[in-house]
Every structure is written in C-alpha cells, then in structure tokens.
Design a binder for this molecule. Structure first.
Ligand code: NDP
Length: 235
C-alpha cells in the first residue's frame, strides 16, 4: 500500500533538538528519517537513522537517494545539523575553524537543499525548515563566527522562500534561544587561547552557565517546528 504519511528528513537527529523534532513529528503521524554522521550506530532511536555528513557532497547524495528509493518522496526537510565555537575574541579562532563552521552550519543547509529541492519541485510541494538561532537575527560579541553562520542561514532561507513559493515549496528559519542539549559540550575550542583573555573567558563561561539555567527543553523547539510545518504562510 502506498505510504500516506508525510515523509520527513531531519539532519543531526542523533541528539538534542534534532532528536526532539524527530520524536515529536513521529508522534504526530509523520514518517520520520533522521541522519547522523555515525548512521544507525548513533544510539537507540525509534526512527530509522541514515548515515549522512552534511559537509560531504557524496554522503548527502547517497542518503537522499536511499530515502527516495524507499519512500519515493520528501515532504519536509529539517536542516538541523550544526555546532558552535566556544566564546573567544575574534582572532583566537582560525580561518580553518571559520571554514569548518560555515561548511556545516551554512553550506550543509545549501548541500541538503540542492539535493532535495529537485524532488520537491517534481512533487509541486514541500517544506524546508532551517535551524537558525536567536543569534541568526541578534548579533553578539565573542561568538561572531557562529553569529555570521546563522545570519547566512537566515538570508538564504528568506531568499529561497521567495524563489520557491510559486512551486508550492515554503522555506522557514527557526530561531531557538538557549536550549538544553549537548551543544555547549560539542562546541569546538578556539584555535589559540591568549593568556591575557583568560579572565574574560571565565566571565563568559559564567554568563553562559547562568543563561543555561533558564534554557528551554528541546521539545519547545520541536513544537515550534511542527507549527512552522503546518502553517499556511501567505504567498
Ligand atoms: P547537539 O550537539 O545536541 O546536536 C547537533 C547535531 O548535529 C547532532 O545530532 C550531530 O550529529 C549533528 N551534526 C553535527 N555536525 C554534523 C555534520 N557535519 N553532518 C551531519 N550532522 C552533524 O546540539 P543541538 O541539538 O543544540 O543543535 C541543533 C541545532 O540547533 C544546531 O544547528 C544549533 O546551531 C542550533 N541551536 C542550538 C541552540 C542551543 O542552545 N542548544 C540554540 C539555537 C540554535 P552526529 O554527531 O550524530 O553526526
């Protein structure tokens, strides 16, 4: 029998916000596929997990082909995979780190979009939800590269929405505030740590620690994603 549930692909679904979105959408009757760089070995999940690295063109193509072979369509793409750099003064992060951050947080969204949009065009329908951040709309010192990567996601999403809406495809960006996940733990450290900034670093860690006490649960973000998927946006 033909699968009637809307098919969803969520990148970075092995933990945190991505996993919460996957669980929420499954509970709401969607046919969910998650992705992780470690594939099915990334833990116990109730949804199928495809191996996918958003920084690797071939890996993206293989995962999308596998999903289309199984389901024949993709109704919703959630571009959630991402990471940050621990707070640092600008020149402590290297150009290599800047490239790595953009390769996942921004170009990862672009690669996934290029791989999925042709199928959505054929269907004449689709939803793309891009995980930005409150820092995608509000600048903040000491995390400038992360802020820049999420601002790129915002501009791309808004532009794509205008481009694709005539084809029945809508694109949204979501802006979570601090959320209780492994995000902080998965932050990469700045490339060099200059001694003169040590007290500033301690202060920033304290500020983030305080903010995390009031952080949202990932399920809060998952609720927002569900609302965005269901929303009838004006054309
Ligand atoms: P987690 O560290 O818990 O999850 C990040 C996910 O991204 C993991 O599932 C990881 O999967 C995946 N990932 C990382 N790099 C890649 C890659 N190259 N290819 C594929 N998957 C990758 O953090 P969160 O759940 O908090 O983060 C999810 C998103 O939410 C990110 O885009 C983040 O920027 C954004 N965000 C988070 C906030 C927070 O306070 N937590 C606030 C605002 C936005 P795996 O390691 O299995 O491959």
């Amino acid at each position: 029998m033909k699968n009637l549930k809307p098919v969803v692909l969520i990148t970075g679904a092995s933990s945190g916000i991505g996993e919460a979105i996957a669980n929420k959408l499954m509970a709401e009757g969607y046919k969910v596929y998650g992705t992780s760089r470690r594939g099915a070995t990334s833990g116990q999940h109730r949804f199928p997990m495809l191996e996918l690295d958003v920084t690797d063109d071939a890996s993206v193509a293989t995962a999308v082909e596998k999903l289309l072979a199984r389901e024949g369509r993709i109704d919703v793409l959630v571009n959630n995979a991402g990471f940050g750099i621990a707070p640092a003064v600008a020149e402590e992060s290297s150009i290599e780190q800047a490239k790595a951050l953009f390769d996942t947080n921004f170009l990862g969204v672009v690669r996934m979009t290029h791989a999925v949009v042709p199928q959505m065009r054929r269907q004449g329908s689709g939803r793309i939800i891009n995980m930005s951040s409150i820092l995608g709309v509000v600048p903040m010192p000491y995390v400038a590269l992360y802020v820049a990567s999420k601002h790129a996601v915002e501009g791309y999403s808004e532009s794509l929405d205008h481009e694709l809406r005539t084809q029945g495809i809508r694109v949204s960006a979501i802006e979570p505030a601090y959320t209780k996940t492994k995000f902080e733990a998965n932050n990469i450290e700045p490339d060099t740590k200059r001694g003169e900034y040590e007290s500033l670093r301690k202060h920033l860690a304290q500020v983030v620690g305080e903010a995390m006490k009031n952080a949202d649960e990932p399920s809060v973000v998952a609720d927002v994603v569900l609302t965005a998927i269901r929303a009838e946006k004006p054309k």
